[in-house]
Design a protein around this ligand. Structure first.
Ligand code: TRP
Ligand code: SF4
Length: 552
């Protein structure tokens, strides 16, 4: 998870130069019931339309909306109503985006598994042990813990292989930071009795899965996604397949919805993981109307044609593909989808048109294929590489395909889901960066240092107190307000709203506001560090290899 710009590595990664424009500006929306939410557009900073998602480069997001359009990330607001008692980061729009989170929310709501069984939902995230954990990581720790408290099985992993490969850290350094990340995660409430902590380098199952996943991806694909070229070290690719295995690891116990909370820079990994999960499947379930495969747009056209024609036909004289082609030419405006589907319909000619759910054989063993045939109720037709069924809906077919796959030794992976949080603005303005101590607050900073850093932070205040009273402060542009919203106000929405309203209303002046924030930060760090100390014992009792057997 990165919320900093320290992914520059050693310069061997082709996009290290990255772009630097556009920091993660925030844009609060006052009013409404909850605290002001951060809007999806990243404010009006210069270069605000800049979007670069690079897991090892410098990721910048000027305009969060672009992520929705360009990469197909969903707006978190759309799933928010499905989440019971959402986390404050969700309520405040800090968690702004997701892929397929609805299935995780549903699984958590409906989970009826007992305490000793694997839960129906899981959460996993990973951390490169490259430095001290800071308040950006705290957000992710909290997200993991929140899901754990709501019944999900929780996984926290230390990406030590990646840190070694992509950042060249020695194993001694890695061990030191590993311990520190784990202490903070435990101090914040991660329950190791109801979850799993591991490091990539010693998790044999992850390594084995990584290797298997590597059989489904080739170099061209990785270079297209990550800008790899002939000079890229092989260990970068190993890091990629390892992360793919991390993401799917919670599903080795059983296939289940899994959410990966990350920064948007990790989205390329999510897209690949979702693809690989599908490529490992024994069967692919599709819906169609005839022997040929169609895409979503084409299917919609077929549905309309079928509905229009069906009433006038019966079993003795079914709707034929050629009839549907004629209907579409007459009733639907020309489009690529129409041309595509009409061509297929013409080629199928007299074949009857009939809705069906299809199982395509992707990687099934012969036994699994036979078993699936036997398990399908109702009318079915078996072909060389697929089975068409006529009395099954799609969800039932998906469930059956997965069941048969798992019974025959397959993984049955569900596509992993993700949620994305905003990058925090640095205390000195610009980006929060691990390499600029004044820009961030480390969870290990002395409470007084934390206090001082907040006191010296840039604000969204006006030049003079008079102007501030007259115009109000710019809370939306203020790193200190962000501290309140992301951390200091905790679950207290009223307090977050109060700070915002008082600021923009001109009643709050930056000096006092920072003093209050600084005190809260000091208290937070004090308490957190006490809890870290208490966690030492717990950590040493865990079954976790704190010292790597590797040497440099
Ligand atoms: N690549 C992540 C980072 O840059 C770390 C990571 C490794 C990770 N495996 C993961 C994150 C699995 C989420 C899920 O920090
Ligand atoms: Fe920021 Fe507080 Fe000043 Fe408003 S009053 S601009 S929130 S420091």
């Amino acid at each position: 998870m990165t919320d900093d710009d320290t992914h520059g590595g050693d310069g061997t990664h082709p996009t290290d130069a990255g772009t630097d424009a556009g920091d993660a500006r925030t844009d609060g929306v006052p009013g409404g019931e909850g605290p002001p939410a951060f809007r999806a557009d990243g404010g009006s900073a210069a270069g605000a339309d800049e979007v670069a998602l690079d897991p090892w480069g410098s990721s910048t997001v000027g305009d969060y909306r672009k992520l929705f359009e360009e990469f197909g990330i969903g707006a978190f607001d759309d799933v928010l109503p499905e989440v019971p008692a959402p986390h404050y980061l969700m309520r405040r729009g800090v968690i702004f985006g997701h892929r397929d989170y609805g299935r995780v929310a549903r699984a958590m709501r409906e989970d009826e598994t007992g305490p000793d069984e694997p839960a129906d939902a899981a959460v996993l995230s990973g951390f490169m042990p490259t430095g001290d954990p800071h308040i950006g990581h705290k957000m992710v720790f909290d997200e993991i813990i929140w899901h754990q408290e709501r019944g999900a099985d929780a996984f926290g992993l230390i990406a030590d292989l990646e840190a070694h490969a992509a950042r060249g850290l020695s194993w001694d350094e890695i061990d030191e930071h590993t311990r520190s990340y784990l202490l903070s995660l435990l101090a914040l409430g991660f329950d190791p009795g109801d979850g799993e902590l591991y490091r990539q380098s010693t998790n044999r199952e992850v390594q084995d899965l990584a290797f298997e996943l590597g059989t489904r991806a080739n170099f061209s694909e990785l270079s297209a996604i990550y800008d790899f070229d002939g000079e890229t070290e092989v260990s970068y690719m190993q890091s990629v397949v390892t992360q793919m295995a991390d993401i799917l690891y919670p599903q080795l116990e059983k296939p289940r919805p899994t959410v990966i909370p990350v920064g948007p820079d990790q989205d390329p990994h999510m897209r690949l993981a979702r693809d690989l999960a599908a490529r490992m499947r024994f069967f692919k379930v599709t819906e169609g109307y005839a022997s040929f495969e169609v895409d979503d747009a084409e299917r919609e056209l077929l549905a309309r044609a079928y509905e229009a024609l069906e009433a006038a036909h019966d079993e003795a004289s079914p709707v034929r593909c050629a009839d549907a082609a004629g209907w579409l030419r007459e009733h639907e405006p020309a489009s690529d989808a129409r041309e595509g589907v009409v061509e297929s319909l013409d080629a199928a000619g007299k074949e009857p048109l009939r809705p069906r759910v299809r199982f395509l054989d992707r990687n099934a063993t012969d036994e699994a294929f036979e078993a699936l045939i036997g398990a399908i109720d109702g009318e079915k037709r078996v072909f060389e590489g697929h089975i068409d069924t006529f009395d099954m809906d799609r969800d039932a077919a998906e469930a059956l395909a997965r069941e048969v796959e798992v019974e025959h030794g397959g993984y049955g992976f569900q596509p992993p889901s993700s949620v994305y949080h905003r990058f925090m603005t640095g205390l000195t303005g610009g980006k929060m960066s691990s390499s600029v101590p004044a820009s961030h607050i480390s969870l290990l900073d002395d409470p007084e240092t934390g206090y001082d850093k907040v006191k010296s932070a840039t604000t969204g205040g006006r030049e003079t107190a008079e102007k501030q009273r007259e115009l109000g402060g710019e809370a939306d542009e203020c790193p200190v307000y962000e501290l309140y919203a992301y951390l200091l106000a905790g679950d207290d929405d009223e307090f977050a709203t109060e700070v915002y309203e008082e600021c923009v209303g001109g009643e709050r002046l930056c000096g006092d506001c920072k003093e209050q924030a600084a005190r809260l930060m000091e208290a937070f760090l004090e308490e957190h560090q006490e809890k870290r100390e208490e966690a030492e014992e717990l950590l040493d009792e865990l079954d976790f290899e704190l010292e790597s057997p590797r040497t440099d």
